[in-house]
Design a protein around this ligand. Structure first.
Ligand code: OAD
Length: 245
């Protein structure tokens, strides 16, 4: 509790907070993480299901996993942690959210400056001709998968698969925010997927205070984290907001 008060004081004094979020922030919204016992990669080998090569080779197989994820994402509502970040932005403390998540829940929680480092689930895109259309629930009724109206190829959600590059605009904006923030909140990420995991190290190098909230320790914890809170983001973030009010 003392440490939480200290963090609230730092946020109040310095402002310029940036949050870097991962799958852990959406667990209480009903979307599982990727790693760990309940994680998606326990049931689906990422090499077979999350690599762009696998998608191009066998879109029907990959769409089985995508469909399962999509149903969860369409149903999900922001968690108390998402809502707390929305509140922090409205209060003027939070300048950006850099997220590895594709579920759109930061937008839904009211955050305006959201950088979606791994793309998003709002669009379907053709890997061949790059045309796009909105990813709606109706798209899930098309079997075995929705196709591009121009070239008939399998559409994929506009999310970054392994083997694909990070959207350039997101990368540039994320690096800028990482350099300029005074406090970096690392929330619910295992910190093992690059280049995303570089972001908090950039902030540290530029002098930010690093605050981390996670159920477990990560590669950040012993290297750059100044304040570590072991537990759920939906417990700690609303507490920080309360202390700031
Ligand atoms: P992971 O599944 O790797 O890690 C989720 C983290 O959230 C773990 O460290 C958990 O301990 C933590 N966690 C779980 N519940 C939590 C809670 N209630 N509060 C706080 N922390 C909690 O997910 P990411 O780090 O987001 O990339 O994964 C990074 C990338 O790997 C994803 O964006 C995705 C995946 O492959 C692509 O698909 C390109």
């Amino acid at each position: 509790m003392e440490d939480l008060k200290k963090v609230a004081e730092i946020v109040k004094e310095k402002g310029q907070v940036v949050a870097f979020t991962g799958a852990g922030i959406s667990v209480e919204s009903g979307i599982p993480t990727f790693r760990g016992a309940q994680g998606l990669w326990e049931r689906y080998d990422p090499d077979e299901y999350a690599h762009i090569r696998s998608f191009l080779r066998n879109p029907e197989k990959v769409w089985m996993m995508l469909r399962e994820m999509a149903y969860l994402i369409f149903e999900a509502k922001p968690s108390p942690a998402h809502l707390a970040l929305g509140e922090l932005e409205r209060m003027g403390f939070l300048r950006a959210v850099i997220t590895q998540n594709v579920d759109g829940l930061h937008h839904e929680a009211g955050n305006k400056n959201v950088i979606e480092y791994h793309g998003n689930h709002r669009w379907l895109v053709c890997p061949s001709c790059h045309s796009k259309k909105p990813f709606t629930r109706e798209s899930l009724n098309v079997f075995p998968y929705p196709r591009c109206e121009r070239c008939e190829r399998a559409l994929k959600p506009d999310v970054v698969f392994f083997g694909e590059s990070i959207p350039l605009d997101a990368m540039i904006r994320a690096n800028e925010e990482a350099k300029n923030c005074k406090v970096m909140l690392i929330i619910g990420t295992s910190g093992v997927v690059y280049p995303a995991a570089e972001i908090p190290y950039i902030s540290k190098a530029y002098g930010a205070t690093i605050v981390e909230i996670n159920l477990e320790r990560t590669p950040f914890t012993n290297s750059i984290t100044d304040y570590f809170f072991a537990g759920s983001a939906s417990t700690y973030l609303p507490e920080i907001v309360k202390l700031l009010k």
